[in-house]
Structures are given as structure tokens and as C-alpha cells.
Design a protein around this ligand. Structure first.
Ligand code: GAR
Length: 206
């Protein structure tokens, strides 16, 4: 039998993607290890609790290095295989990513979803900016995480034509639906082994 895959979700905001991921994991007969947030008031925490999912909050109080060390400790304690960023609005340092990859035979298993056709509109308020610019098409990008802002290798990209959306709310809702679909499909591929997982190693080889 396949070893269960251990997934953690990082989120700073409302948590609609996190909610969709938790539900997908449960529908596959498994569970998300935990949801981590850097924001104690983030809506994602209530959504996770409502779905019986463990949550952790670590605020950045003593600088980035200390914060990342605490977050890594959490990931290592739970032997997490994959980290899925779902509206986590903080960059991860090269050092953090390297230490994490070191536990997975050098493979980066940190993924992010972003509401634009990267490299267009990285960072915050991507939807608002694309809509204001009246771009012909927008979309969603699933990508591996590096230390840059929404810059890692693209895993999947799906476009949506903007034509037909007069109301920003409708456009936003469509993008969110697409995000949930792409992210939950990806999660299913991980859990079912269609995408290989390099399991967490207790010790790293020198
Ligand atoms: C999502 O649209 C996600 O793609 C975006 O934040 C939103 C979070 O929504 N992430 C980024 O912009 C990352 N740069 P949610 O809290 O409802 O999942």
C-alpha cells in the first residue's frame, strides 16, 4: 500500500483554496496535517477548525530568520512531504527552501497558486490590476516556489478570457473556482501517486 502523503497548507487570508484542499483530502480518505498561518485573525483558521483540521499560528515577531526557523521546526515535527501555499503572502527564503528540500532528497515540494498568467501580475492585488488594465485574458498559475515573488517553475497554467466580465466580482469568482479546481486536481495527483513524492527523511545524508 502507498505511504500516506503528508501535506501542510500555508495561508494568510480568507482560505477558500485551503478549504477546497482540505475537503478534497478528506474526500480521498485522508487529512491535511495542519494549516499554518502567520496571521492570527486570518479567516482560514476558522475554516480549518470547522473541518476538524489542526492549525498553527506563528507571527513574525523576531525577524525573518527566527520565524522561518520556527516554521521549519513545525514542518519537521510533522514530517511534512508537501507544502501548499494558498494565499500565503510572505516570501520564503532560499535558505528555508534549501533546508526543506534537504529532507526530500533535494527536491522542492513547495507549491503556490497565483491568480494571474505569470509572469504577468505577480505579487498582491493581481486580479484588481489585471481587471483595471482590461487585459484580454487572465488566468491561474500553479508553480513551484523559489525565493522570488511568484517566480518559480510553472507546473500548470490555465487562461480565462476577460471578455464577458463586466463586473469585477464575477471575474474574481471565476478565477477562484479555477484555482480550486487546479489545486485540488494537483492534490489528488500527489495523493494517488501520479506525481511522485520524495518522502520526508529523518536525517539528511552528507
Ligand atoms: C488566491 O487568489 C491566491 O491565488 C492568492 O491569494 C488568494 C487567496 O485566496 N495568492 C497570491 O496572490 C500569491 N501571490 P483564498 O484565501 O480565498 O484562498
Amino acid at each position: 500500500m502507498m505511504k500516506p502523503v503528508r501535506v501542510a497548507i500555508f495561508a494568510s487570508g480568507t482560505g477558500s483554496n485551503a478549504e477546497a484542499l482540505i475537503k478534497k483530502m478528506q474526500s480521498l480518505g485522508s487529512a491535511v496535517e495542519f494549516v499554518f498561518s502567520d496571521k492570527p485573525a486570518a479567516g482560514v483558521l476558522a475554516k480549518a477548525h470547522a473541518l476538524n483540521t489542526k492549525t498553527y499560528v506563528i507571527e513574525k515577531s523576531q525577524g525573518r530568520a527566527h520565524h522561518e526557523q520556527e516554521v521549519l521546526r513545525l514542518l519537521f515535527e510533522h514530517k511534512v512531504d508537501w507544502v501548499l501555499l494558498a494565499g500565503y503572502m510572505r516570501l520564503l527564503s532560499a535558505d528555508f527552501l534549501k533546508k526543506l528540500a534537504g529532507r526530500h532528497e533535494g527536491h522542492s515540494q513547495v507549491v503556490n497558486i497565483h491568480p494571474s498568467l505569470l509572469p504577468a501580475y505577480p505579487g498582491k492585488d493581481s486580479l484588481e490590476r489585471a481587471f483595471a488594465d482590461k487585459v484580454e485574458q487572465s488566468g491561474v498559475t500553479l508553480h513551484l516556489v523559489d525565493e522570488g515573488m511568484d517566480t518559480g517553475a510553472v507546473l500548470k497554467q490555465v487562461a480565462i478570457p476577460l471578455k464577458g466580465f463586466n463586473v469585477f466580482g464575477d471575474f474574481k469568482a471565476s478565477i477562484h473556482r479555477l484555482e480550486h479546481q487546479i489545486y485540488t486536481e494537483f492534490l489528488e495527483q500527489i495523493v494517488t501517486g501520479q506525481i511522485a513524492t520524495h518522502s520526508f527523511k529523518e536525517t539528511i545524508e552528507c
